[in-house]
Design a protein around this ligand. Sequence first.
Ligand code: GAR
Length: 195
Amino acid sequence: MRTRLAIFASGSGSNAENIISYFRDSQEVSISLILTNNPSAGVIERADRLGIECCVFSKEEFYSSKRIQNLLKEREVDFVVLAGFLLLVPPSLIQTYKGKIINIHPALLPAFGGKGFYGDRVHAAVLESGQSMSGISIHHVTEKFDEGGIIFQAACHVDRKDSIKSLALKIHALEYKFFPVVLEKMISVQNAPHE
Ligand code: GAR
């Protein structure tokens, strides 16, 4: 039986698209749903072009109604991926998908994580700090920003001549290379028969 994924994204959605492309011909994993809290997110156009159902929801609905929980249940979603999603996930959703909800962060956590650290803001802070390394962190999702157990990290050099744009390109390249592979590995471990 295929594992059904839902991807939450608030912005461009290039990671969402990369994950969708990676699993396009997979017998093990399918992408059931894209969800966004941002009615002008680029991910909506991507979902449309890729023929994946996309749900746009408000913050209010996310925290005060069962709309999203019910939709995930109706679509029989097994695993949840946050790819550039900027809201905290409500405790009920974390409970439902215990161990099966992960996020990608564009820095080497625990550095440059927490509230307010997202997207280019993270890269700006890394450059400002003078660090010579940055990278990506794939981690479990908890009720706090960027505090769940780390599953995987990959690093890259930060050059003195890097700009926010050039660092973001390096980080995106790491994300595209590793996020789907790590996801696939996690799903296969979870689906392996227990002794
Ligand atoms: C990605 O770099 C992701 O790591 C980051 O937002 C970007 C989304 O890009 N996530 C965070 O900053 C979460 N704190 P995308 O919309 O093109 O996939």
